[in-house]
Design a protein around this ligand. Structure first.
Ligand SMILES: [Zn+2]
Ligand SMILES: [Zn+2]
Length: 445
């Protein structure tokens, strides 16, 4: 009985779902709850280490089905790439209005000065609280690569004074078309902590203070194939993590700087001064609107926010000595420095390189782990810090990210970008709150 109604629920029209919010934290053992047909569908990766399914107070979801005895609801919550169904007792839920479809004429994207909408995505056990910035854009400016006339890069103006170039490799893989309207969105963690799968992955300790802040941002493009009526979400990554090094041997951390500038633009952050790496104190938006979304009531309101909204000290270059001290205090148990390189038993038979060089090799860099007693050349040049030696590289979150990326589809080893794609439901419901583009007005430059 429960089995039949559960599977029917999944096929129901999404507008039948009621918004729900968790009133309390809730953990349960899926195999011990009566309605096992739904619970067996909870993927293992969403269970805790002790095999419990976990939901947190305040999480937003959807009641997909009321189980006949009225004590339980089959609910959908966002987990990773897709909604997952969980059985939740009625007493743990606040049940609100039915799902609404939001459409919006809020995108006026006829110039580089563009309108952005920010909304807050509540934390889940697998993702910190996020600020999601959405705008409409079109592949308006696809320019011929000067050296290879067959290839094309595409330029998106994030702001009049900040452009983003999507490489030809990505264009080919995504089949984005000229003038196709797209939804561009960025996620930035609300506390600027590391995003689980960021646009650029950098270590905690590096050239600048608060180095990992650049890894708080992720970039996505949603595109619609009109013939097949299929929406595709494409996550875009930077592959050039920290290069290139100029002829004086100094690293210009291009991707790191780009990420920091995008964060400045979207969060309305102004620097207190300028430098060679940060020639502008701030970047401009035409309009930033904060969408306040009441999940239970299914209402949406808008507030115009003036930018910039706060001033912070300019990021500071770290000295080698300060980075060495920081590494020792952050990782007191880790061998630090080239001279501290552990023996083969500790590192494993195949490994000779330091943490950063192993990590680099995964990102398709050529790097030789040689240098002086404190640092190999890559650590010195790109991070200005000593080498570190982690016992089990699989414990590094980066390797988890790589596995996730491969599992999710494909990675393009283009010159500067990688991407992961998946098909998504039509982005029209309150569940994802994706606004429908009403215009395709971004002109060709
Ligand atoms: Zn090395
Ligand atoms: Zn090193």
């Amino acid at each position: 009985m429960a089995q039949a109604s559960s599977s029917a629920a999944v096929r129901r029209d999404p507008s039948d779902y009621n918004a729900v919010v968790m009133l309390h934290d809730y953990e349960y053992n899926p195999s011990q709850v009566a309605h096992t047909a739904a619970n067996n569908a909870v993927p293992r990766e969403f269970l805790t280490s002790t095999g419990l399914a976990r939901l947190l107070k305040g999480e937003h979801g959807w009641a997909a089905e009321k189980i006949p005895d009225d004590m339980w609801y089959l609910c959908r919550f966002e987990r990773g790439d897709a909604p997952v169904c969980f059985m939740v007792p009625k007493t743990y839920l606040s049940i609100g209005a039915k799902q609404k479809v939001f459409t919006s004429p809020h995108f006026r994207t006829n110039t580089g000065a563009r309108t952005w909408i920010r909304r807050t995505i509540p934390a889940t056990p697998f993702m910190p609280e996020l600020h999601r910035f959405t705008t409409g854009c079109a592949m308006g400016s696809i320019c011929k690569n000067k050296n290879k006339s067959a290839n094309q890069d595409a330029e998106i103006r994030l702001a009049p004074d900040l452009k983003y170039t999507i490489s030809d490799a990505v264009i080919e893989q995504t089949e984005f078309k000229l003038q196709q309207s797209l939804q561009l969105w960025f996620d930035i963690t609300a506390d600027l902590s590391r995003y689980p799968r960021p646009w650029v992955r950098v270590p905690d300790v590096g050239l600048y203070d608060n180095f990992a802040t650049a890894s708080s941002l992720a970039m996505y493009i949603d595109s619609h194939d009109e013939e097949a009526d299929v929406w595709t979400e494409t996550q875009i990554f930077s592959m050039d993590v920290l290069g290139p090094v100029n002829k004086d041997g100094i690293n210009t951390p291009q991707a790191w700087l780009k990420s920091m500038k995008m964060i400045m633009l979207l969060e309305g952050i102004q620097l207190d001064s300028t430098s060679e790496h940060f020639p502008q104190r701030a970047y401009s938006v035409a309009s930033m609107q904060y969408a306040e979304y009441d999940h239970l009531q299914q209402t949406l309101s808008w507030t115009d926010v003036t930018h910039p909204r706060k001033t912070i000290p300019i990021p500071k270059l770290m000295s080698f000595e300060r980075n060495a001290d920081l590494l020792i205090s952050k990782f007191p148990d880790l061998p630090i420095g080239m001279s501290q390189r552990p023996d083969r038993i500790y590192l494993g038979s195949a490994r000779k390189a330091c943490d950063f060089c192993v990590w680099n090799a995964k990102q398709m860099w050529q790097s030789k782990c040689e240098g002086d007693t404190r640092a190999c050349d890559p650590c010195k040049t790109y991070l200005n810090r000593p080498c570190t030696w982690t016992f089990d590289m699989r414990a590094l979150p980066e390797s988890t990210l790589d596995r996730l990326l491969y599992r999710r589809g494909h990675v393009v080893d283009g010159k500067s970008m990688a991407l992961a794609q998946r098909t998504i439901p039509k982005p029209s419901g309150g569940e994802r709150l994706m606004e429908i583009l009403s215009e395709r007005s971004e002109g060709v430059d």
